[in-house]
Design a protein around this ligand. Structure first.
Ligand code: F6P
Length: 364
């Protein structure tokens, strides 16, 4: 097979791991990997070239995407998608892997929709990659873990200076319309509060919530550091929020208390860059491997999704307080652990054989 791959939309740390894995697995299986530069825009312009081992050998530890990316609003146009299909057919591509977020996967779906594409022979596979974690049916997409770590590291640093000066910081983080990164990094960094669009609060409620937090810390006494993480998807701009909070605090203190200093830090594109975390390297590598093997097995119009292998629902009950957590009877968990350690469980057997499948990849 000739397997083309592209990265589209906002880059995400770990995309390179997916490109690398797809390339080396394709080569090991005797297929021809082809890289498309600049996402759909490059596809339409015919920016295709074979990928060699040397192209990806140093990719794993690098952020961004070695294939480069682009936003391509023109891909909403059916004629442009037809042009992309023609380019792929002319280059005798058999399978295309699209690595990207919601918009990029939507593009892959339209491009390969039989209602539009007719008898077009190219198999299409999606890999979810976006720091926003706004793609359903995969518990994580590539880049989220690194982005979360970047935010937590930044908040740790901001906390130092906030503590030194008894200051309030509004820290804005990316995520487009999704509050996931804001929420999870607020928990992981120990922020004092988090504002995210899913809560659907009015501007006055947002201001009131920040002021409440600040005054609660003030009442507690001691160091007056307050970190409020604000998701990009909140419509009120961060500077405006700061001004409204300042006014609210001044009003509530009746001008008598020591003035509270507030600052805004917008982390912006910093959150999208940097060396991918170990987990994002793993996620990208595993998804790239599965995508190529699925194409070779004949899969078409599928997305690789990350789902934990334990079907926990059969063994315990989902927590009412957190759908990611289950309550497992302790003895059931220990029996399953015994089977895992004995090598008897399906998961243990899979773990012991997985590298047999990868022998050819390591021999490259
Ligand atoms: O989708 C990823 C993302 O980084 C969003 O969090 C953000 O809203 C957007 O892309 C920024 O896009 P651009 O780099 O095109 O400004």
């Amino acid at each position: 097979m000739r397997v083309a791959m592209l990265t589209s939309g906002g880059d995400a740390p770990g995309m390179n791991a997916a490109i690398r894995a797809a390339t080396v697995v394709a080569l090991a299986l005797g297929h021809e990997p082809v890289g498309v530069r600049h996402g759909y825009r490059g596809l339409v312009d015919g920016e295709l070239a074979p990928l060699e081992l040397a192209d990806v050998s140093d990719a794993l530890r690098r952020g961004g995407t070695l294939l480069q990316s682009a936003r391509c609003p023109e891909f909403h146009d059916a004629e442009v998608r037809q042009q992309a299909r023609t380019v792929l057919t002319e280059h005798e591509v058999d399978g295309l892997i699209v690595i990207g977020g919601n918009g990029s996967l939507t593009g892959a779906s339209y491009m390969s929709d039989p209602a539009e594409a007719g008898e077009w022979p190219v198999q299409v596979m999606g890999i979810p990659a976006s720091i926003d974690n706004d793609i359903a049916l995969t518990s994580l997409s590539i880049g989220v873990d690194t982005a979360m770590n970047t935010i937590v590291e930044a908040c740790d640093k901001i906390a130092d200076t906030a503590s030194a000066h008894d200051r309030v910081f509004v820290v804005e983080v990316m995520g487009r319309d999704c509050g996931y990164l804001a929420m999870t990094s607020a928990i992981a960094s120990g922020a004092d509060m988090v504002l995210f669009p899913e809560a659907d609060r009015s501007e006055a409620e947002l201001v009131g919530a920040v002021a409440d937090s600040v005054l609660a810390v003030r009442k507690r006494g001691g160091v007056q550091k307050v970190i409020a993480i604000k998701a990009e998807g909140i419509e009120t701009p961060s500077e405006r929020l700061k001004e409204l909070v300042d006014a609210e605090l001044a009003e509530r203190s009746g001008g008598t208390a020591v003035p509270i200093e507030t600052r805004v830090t917008v982390l912006g594109h910093v959150v999208r860059g940097g060396r991918p975390s170990a987990f994002d390297r793993l996620l990208g590598s595993r998804m790239g491997n599965v995508a190529v093997r699925a194409l070779a097995d004949g899969a078409h119009r599928q997305m690789v999704a990350w789902q934990p292998p334990v079907d926990a629902g059969d063994l315990g009950v989902r927590s009412e307080h957190d759908p990611y957590c289950h309550l497992m009877p302790l003895d059931v968990a220990l029996e399953a652990t015994r089977q895992l350690l004995d090598g008897q469980s399906p998961l243990a057997r899979w773990r012991s054989t997985i590298f047999d499948d990868l022998q050819d990849v390591f021999l490259l």
